[in-house]
Design a binder for this molecule. Structure first.
Ligand code: 3PG
Length: 306
């Protein structure tokens, strides 16, 4: 059996070594394709692989067509919007993610971006503190819960909206559940996005919603760029010189944001929420174990396609 790691954004070496140990202990072979610049390289590398570990790498119908022996794709991470699930099902390929394994890393970055924003991007001027501010956690999955845990340490007041979580489970984590996303934005000084990119959420974070934030509001995005309606957010920020947007996922309109709002907008150059040795080890090694357990025992616990 051949297991391929295909990562445009490579794991830390220590994580690759850990994955190799798990794969070789199972008697399988490990192949590595990192920092590829052309899809053709992926098509070639995956052609004889039985399993593949990816990150935000795109697995579409063309890749699946080329992967003649593929049985399983594991997205070492949470969001799997980069995998064509229907095409995978048609190709009889199981798709899994590794929920929770990189969520602390993403949550720490979300808090880091908040500090950076309220301290005016460390430009030497007087900013504000997080203590006592109302933080809106938009979706309370693994990352949102870690954000809540860390934000409590900053002394923030926590609010959350998640259509799929009970108010009781949120309140157990010290998050006050509000009944709509509008209420969340109206109530909070800072909103941190943790929604997945789905047909329902794409472009859903628009000027009308973000415009509900009170004066000085901050929007933090460590989720996906696709959930933002960039045109209406730019229009809103033109009308509301008090609002700030900090993101770990560079918008398509990055150049416009930078030009218009150099002091109120910031994007990391490459998504780095999950880019820590710990998250790479946790998610990568979990992915390796899931592959071995699937190939040897048929365990489909983390399967996300039907
Ligand atoms: C995820 O969905 O797990 C995060 O967005 C991290 O993505 P990455 O592995 O591409 O850094």
């Amino acid at each position: 059996m051949k297991v391929l790691i295909a990562t445009d954004k490579p794991f830390a070496k220590v994580a690759v070594d850990g994955i190799r140990n798990v794969i070789e202990a199972a008697g399988y072979e490990l192949a590595l394709l990192e920092k590829y610049t052309d899809k053709k390289q992926l098509l070639e590398a995956i052609s004889d692989a039985n399993a593949v570990i990816i990150r935000s790498d795109i697995i579409d119908a063309e890749v699946l067509d080329a992967a003649k022996s593929l049985k399983i794709v594991v997205r070492a991470g949470a969001g799997y919007d980069n995998v064509d699930l229907d095409a995978a099902t048609k190709h009889n390929v199981c798709v899994m993610n590794t929920p929770g394994q990189n969520s602390n890393a993403v949550a720490e970055l979300a808090l880091g971006l908040m500090v950076f924003a309220v301290r005016n991007q460390y430009n030497g001027t007087s900013g504000t503190e997080l203590k006592g501010k109302k933080l809106g956690i938009h979706a309370c999955g693994n990352v949102g819960r870690n954000v809540a845990r860390i934000a409590k340490g900053f002394g923030m007041d926590l609010y959350g909206f998640d259509a799929y979580c009970s108010a009781e489970s949120m309140e157990k984590d010290g998050i006050k559940a509000v009944s709509s996303q509008e209420e969340l934005y109206q109530t909070c000084d800072i909103v941190s996005l943790h929604i997945p990119a789905t047909p329902e959420t794409k472009n859903s974070i628009n000027g009308a919603l973000v415009g509900l934030l009170p004066k000085g509001g901050v929007l933090v995005n460590t989720a996906r760029k696709e959930v933002i309606d960039e045109v209406s957010l730019i229009n809103l920020m033109e009308q509301r010189p008090d609002l700030r947007y900090v993101t770990d996922i560079m918008p398509a309109a990055h150049a416009t944001f930078i030009e218009k709002f150099p002091e109120r907008y910031f994007s990391t150059p490459k998504k780095m929420g999950a880019q820590t040795a710990e998250a790479n080890i946790n998610a990568g090694i979990a992915a390796a174990h899931q592959i071995v357990d699937f190939l040897k025992n048929g365990n489909e616990r983390f399967r996300v396609n039907k």
